[in-house]
Each structure stands twice: as structure tokens, then as C-alpha cells.
Ligand binder design. Structure first.
Ligand code: PMV
Length: 358
């Protein structure tokens, strides 16, 4: 791979077992493993262009809601620059956690899903950035490692160095565990590995949007606060059993086995957030309306298998077989609390593109 301007896209993911609580939130060193399903349609697309040697700083452009590419707000641009520093250090052969010399970049990024939908875009955004930068530096990020391609576990480490742990999962397709012992890296460099491909188990994620404001408390602050909840220690003790249950359900493609654990996990994430000190409330009245509707769907004798989960936000992800997604999306869209519905599904992870944003 020759390097130079490169464009990558990467999908968001929905956690089945949540990453919530970190030993070191800024470095995304988690206190427990998490497992997610990589999505297909909710994606970030990012072009990176190495700048001439005299350029002093990285430039970060963002397209919001289909508008023009514009200089990104400083909070977002700062996070991108810190991630670029970590990637430059990796490229220079360092540990990847600090600023070093190396090419500066012009970065342009956009999301396929509504920016104000309150959906987490850090996973897709930083997975796309790590993939595009590796390509721009001439390291074939998605190629076969036997032919010089980057090891996918290493790419997950690069995505994690953004400070977003969920980004480490978005560089792989299908069903992904992070950290995974199988992926190596150890405690100080947790890496992700796939448990199964999207084709192995074609599940859908029907996302019911009940809120379109950005969330009030970032997940970074959520990770920091989690251990202050009196329920957190019990959660950590309970997690090995849940992780085993989810791994087994994925191996057996058994949604009836996965579903109850999904809902337990979603409620517990929010139980911990709400009982942190200070407390964090992500739910809106519409959240509860959708949760009730999902339970009613399952119990209605309709034969629908719909199970709800949530990230650190008010919107509800409904996991179901792909062949039922259309009907479930239609029924959820009829609820007054639901502003819109995104019909997504398990997908294959990041991709490189010839068409650039800049
Ligand atoms: O990757 P972060 O730091 O944005 O944290 C992700 C937090 C959750 O989305 C709530 C859970 C998860 O595992 O994705």
C-alpha cells in the first residue's frame, strides 16, 4: 500500500454487554470485557490527507446534517488531534499514547446517521479515523496480515487510543468482544476479537429515536462516575456469568437466550448511571414508552422476537431477526414518542473507499 490521501468508513456498534466503568477512562482501559454487534448502515466516513511538512497543525472538518464541510467545533477537533498524536506515535514505533513528530493531516468526516440523533458516533468516528490514518501511512489496514496487512487486533488497539473503548470493537465485523484474551495486548493495551461474523447470525437493530439532542453527560464522564454507584461492585461480580451467557447465545444463535441478558444489561447500565454520585439520567419519557411497547410486541402472540437495549442515551435499540425488522420498525414508528426509526443490521465492519470527501 503506497499511502497518501485515504478514505475509510466504519460502522457504529450496539453493546450487548456494556463497557461502563474504566480503570483509566482517558486511555479506555476497561474494568471488564464488553460484547457488541457491529452495525452496517450507521457509519462514519473519514478522509485523511497528509499535509506538506511545513504545516503546523492538523485541520479537522466536519459535515453536519448533509451541509457543507466546515471547521469542526473545538471540543471535537481537539479529540481528533489527540487521537492523531497517538497514531503518529504508533507509526514512529512508540507506545502510541503521546504527541510526536510526524505528518499533520487534513481530516474530513461525516456520519450517515443524523448527527443530532443522540446516537453514539465516537465508535464509528474513531474506528474510521484509525483505519484511514493507517492507510494514509501506507499500512494496509484491512488487508491480509499474511501479505503485509495490519493485524485487526492491532487496528482495534489503534482505534482504542482515541479514548473510546467502543471504537476498538467497531474495526471488526459481526459479534465482537473487547478486551479479548485471544487478541493479545494484555491489560495495558486491550484489543478486540470477533466471536462470529454478521453472516453467521443475521440480526437486526431497529433503533427507535425518541430524542434528538446530544446527550448531557459524555460516556467518558460516565466511565469515571460508574464506580461511585453502590451497585457497581455487584455488577462487576455478576458480569462473568452474563458474558458467558452472551457468548453461549451467540455460539448457539439463540435470541431467546440472548434477549433477557440484553435487557438486564441495558437497565443495569442506567441503574448505575442514575445511582452514580452525582447521578446521570439519560432516559426520557419516550424511552419508557418504547420499552413497554417492545415487551408488548413480544407478548402479543404475534410471534415477534424483539428485545430492547440502550447505550448512554435515551434512544432504544431493538434487536430482532432481520426478517421481522420491517414489521417491528413499522409498529414502533407509530408510537407518538418515536420521532423516527433507523432499520440497521449486523454488518462486516470498516471499508476503504476510492472516493474522497476532500
Ligand atoms: O466508547 P465509549 O467511551 O464511548 O463508551 C461506550 C459506552 C456505551 O456505549 C454506553 C457502552 C458500550 O459498550 O458501547
Amino acid at each position: 500500500m503506497s499511502g497518501g490521501k485515504a478514505t475509510a468508513s466504519a460502522p457504529a456498534n450496539i453493546a450487548f454487554v456494556k463497557y461502563w466503568g474504566a480503570r483509566d477512562p482517558a486511555r479506555a482501559l476497561p474494568l471488564a470485557p464488553s460484547i457488541s454487534m457491529t452495525l452496517e448502515r450507521c457509519r462514519s466516513r473519514t478522509t485523511v490527507e497528509p499535509l506538506p511538512a511545513r504545516a503546523g497543525a492538523d485541520e479537522v472538518l466536519l459535515r453536519v446534517a448533509g451541509g457543507e464541510l466546515e471547521p469542526a467545533p473545538e471540543r471535537f477537533a481537539g479529540r481528533v488531534r489527540r487521537h492523531l498524536d497517538a497514531l503518529r506515535e504508533w507509526a514512529a514505533g512508540g507506545g502510541g499514547e503521546g504527541a510526536v513528530a510526524g505528518p499533520r493531516f487534513r481530516v474530513a468526516t461525516e456520519n450517515s446517521f443524523p448527527a443530532a440523533a443522540g446516537l453514539a458516533s465516537s465508535a464509528s468516528g474513531f474506528a474510521a479515523l484509525a483505519t484511514a490514518v493507517a492507510a494514509a501511512l501506507g499500512r494496509d489496514p484491512l488487508g491480509d496480515p499474511a501479505r503485509g496487512g495490519l493485524d485487526r487486533a492491532e487496528l482495534s488497539s489503534l482505534a482504542r487510543r482515541s479514548g473510546s473503548g467502543s471504537a476498538a470493537r467497531s474495526v471488526l465485523g459481526g459479534y465482537v468482544e473487547w478486551p479479548s484474551e485471544a487478541a493479545g495486548g494484555g491489560e495495558d493495551d486491550p484489543r478486540a476479537a470477533a466471536l462470529a461474523t454478521a453472516a453467521d447470525w443475521p440480526l437486526a437493530d431497529v433503533i427507535a429515536l425518541v430524542e434528538d439532542a446530544p446527550k448531557a453527560v459524555s460516556s467518558l464522564d460516565g466511565h469515571r462516575l460508574a464506580p461511585t454507584s453502590p451497585h457497581f461492585a455487584r455488577r462487576l461480580a455478576e458480569l462473568p456469568r452474563r458474558l458467558d451467557e452472551v457468548r453461549a447465545a451467540i455460539r448457539a444463535r439463540d435470541l431467546e437466550r440472548l434477549g433477557p441478558v440484553l435487557e438486564e444489561e441495558a437497565v443495569e447500565l442506567h441503574l448505575i448511571a442514575m445511582s452514580s454520585r452525582p447521578p446521570v439520567f439519560y432516559w426520557r419519557p419516550g424511552t419508557l414508552a418504547v420499552l413497554e411497547a417492545v415487551r408488548a410486541l413480544r407478548g402479543s402472540g404475534s410471534g415477534l422476537a424483539a428485545w430492547a437495549t440502550m447505550d448512554a442515551g435515551a434512544n432504544v435499540h431493538v434487536i430482532c431477526p432481520t426478517e421481522q425488522a420491517g414489521e417491528i420498525a413499522e409498529r414502533l414508528a407509530r408510537l407518538p414518542a418515536v420521532r423516527s426509526v433507523i432499520d440497521d443490521r449486523a454488518g462486516d465492519g470498516p471499508a476503504l473507499h476510492d472516493e474522497h470527501l476532500i
